[in-house]
Design a protein around this ligand. Structure first.
Ligand SMILES: C[S@@+](CC[C@H](N)C(=O)[O-])C[C@H]1O[C@@H](n2cnc3c(N)ncnc32)[C@H](O)[C@@H]1O
Length: 276
């Protein structure tokens, strides 16, 4: 679904403003306005027990920008498949990469109805490039790969950067996560990249355990992974991690003082790997 009919259907049936949604909780904690009372109540409960979560989320956004800028500028990547896009938050991925390559092509994918409602705001890329949005579920990677949107946006004979920023914590079964990553990366040519970030409790076990318990009570189960489990997300698909491997996100190729944060305030691991 990509048009106004889709948005109408969403507004009437899928939005469920009475139930907290992960994308809207994230938006609220990042200071956004695209959220409802149920999201704000859940966010307040989570924040009470996980006070450093907004710091960690902002560090994740800065990681996202550093990674995609590096992929575009240093590795010459001009095609991006970003699954779990979230609500528009400046700078959005396409803005970062199209600043490097105005002709860069970006396909955004998310399954949250609120993100679909805001898709238009995401679709304002450069004239030379392409920015598109697909309403689809990461758990059905074949549907993403077989979509018309993907065929029309990405040339699969040339390298693609697949990005899964702050989404895999919602895929709590490791064999399912490995299957999704394997399916997506098998479909991409040699020289493609996988970039991801996901929640860890390694740097702050108490806050993360308490916070994930509140997310679960609100019907949003999440998995915290240790560093070895995050490394396996890459290696299980035969990918080769690039330097500096899996790091707390503020320590991955730090810039502009991003690594000055105390580790205990950052509960996300991130990394980038290449398909040989
Ligand atoms: C925490 S936000 C991350 C947003 C952005 N990637 C970032 O790092 O700032 C997670 C996003 O993943 C989306 N999401 C969660 N499960 C999903 C699934 N199974 N399929 C597609 N999107 C999903 C949510 O709707 C939300 O927008």
């Amino acid at each position: 679904m990509e048009d106004s009919d889709a948005r109408d259907e969403v507004m009437t049936s899928r939005l469920r403003t009475d139930v907290a949604h992960s994308a809207r909780i994230y938006d609220y904690l990042l200071g956004g306005k695209d959220n409802f009372p149920a999201d704000r109540a859940a966010a307040a409960d989570i924040h009470r027990v996980w006070p450093s979560l907004p710091v960690s989320m902002r560090a994740n956004r800065r990681f996202l920008a550093r990674v995609v800028r590096w992929l575009a500028a240093e590795r010459g990547v001009r095609q991006f498949l970003d699954v779990g896009t979230g609500l528009p938050t400046e700078p959005n991925l396409h803005q970062v990469v199209q600043r490097v390559h105005p002709d860069a092509r970006v396909l955004y994918v998310d399954n949250d109805p609120m993100v679909l409602v805001h898709a238009r705001a995401l679709l304002t890329g450069t004239r030379e490039g392409v920015t598109r949005y697909l309403d689809a579920d990461l758990r059905e990677p074949r549907a993403i790969l077989e979509s018309a949107a993907l065929a029309e946006t990405l040339d699969r004979s040339r390298p693609v950067a697949v990005s899964l920023f702050a989404i895999l914590q919602f895929v709590t079964d490791e064999s399912v996560a490995a299957g999704i990553i394997g399916t997506l990366m098998d479909a991409m040519p040699s020289g493609s990249f996988l970039a991801l970030s996901t929640v860890t409790a390694d740097s702050n076990p108490e806050e993360v355990a308490n916070g994930l318990a509140v997310y679960a009570e609100r019907g949003i189960p999440e998995l915290a992974r240790d560093r070895a489990a995050v490394e396996r997300l890459f290696t299980c698909a035969g990918l080769e991690l690039v330097e500096p491997g899996v790091q707390l996100v503020h320590r991955w190729r730090p810039a502009d003082g991003s690594d000055e944060l105390p580790d205990a305030q950052v509960q996300m691991y991130g990394g980038v790997a290449v398909k040989p």
